[in-house]
Design a protein around this ligand. Structure first.
Ligand code: FES
Length: 190
């Protein structure tokens, strides 16, 4: 009788141990499966990009007087309005990609130092001793300079800054797409 009881107790202990090992095994399997599933989903899904979209809306044309230069520094874009229309410049230095800054005078120090400055090929403007100050852009990285219309005239920049697409949106605001480079003669007439 006593030996039957002992065997019963032993059997029940054996069952408990087996159940525990089985549960631990299933738990381990479940965790491993979940980790594998998570890694697979992460691999399949592309990483999200948080880059600024290339196209954006600016203000209505009336916000830009004729002759104005408006720098939108967070978009790295300049909106110029001339008597014959609007054009937009991508404010990225063509040397190594820094962001040039706009100044009312980017030429008179060079003229004072005796540096010859070529004419702006698009506007025909020229800085001279009699009229030394022309507006434009200076790059803070290696000193390239550009006329107001983005033509380079000094420093290591190999070419003008790009002009980018500008059009009138349906709501009457300017719509600029930095991903579309346009010809230097492009103008939006409003
Ligand atoms: S990046 Fe502008 S001059 Fe070098």
């Amino acid at each position: 009788m006593a030996s039957d009881f002992r065997r019963l107790v032993q059997d029940s202990r054996e069952m408990t141990r087996r159940s525990f090992l089985a549960m631990a095994g299933w738990a381990g399997f479940t965790v491993a499966s979940l980790i594998a599933l998570f890694q697979s989903v992460k691999f399949i899904q592309p990483n999200a990009t948080y880059e600024d979209p290339p196209a954006f809306k600016a203000d209505a044309p009336s916000a830009y007087p004729v002759g104005s230069t408006t720098v939108i520094i967070d978009k790295r874009v300049v909106i110029n309005r001339d008597p014959n229309g609007f054009y937009a410049i991508s404010l990225i230095c063509t040397h190594l990609g820094c962001t040039p800054r706009y100044f009312q005078d980017v030429t008179s120090d060079l003229i004072a130092a005796g540096t010859a400055i070529s004419k702006d090929p698009d506007t025909g403007q020229e800085a001279t001793k009699a009229n030394p100050a022309l507006p434009g852009f200076k790059c803070p990285c290696h000193g390239s300079r550009y006329f107001r219309d983005a033509d380079n005239f000094f420093g290591p920049a190999p070419r003008p800054m790009d002009r980018v697409h500008v059009e009138l949106a349906k709501d009457g605001k300017l719509f600029i797409d930095r991903s579309i480079v346009v010809d230097h003669h492009y103008r939006l007439k409003v």
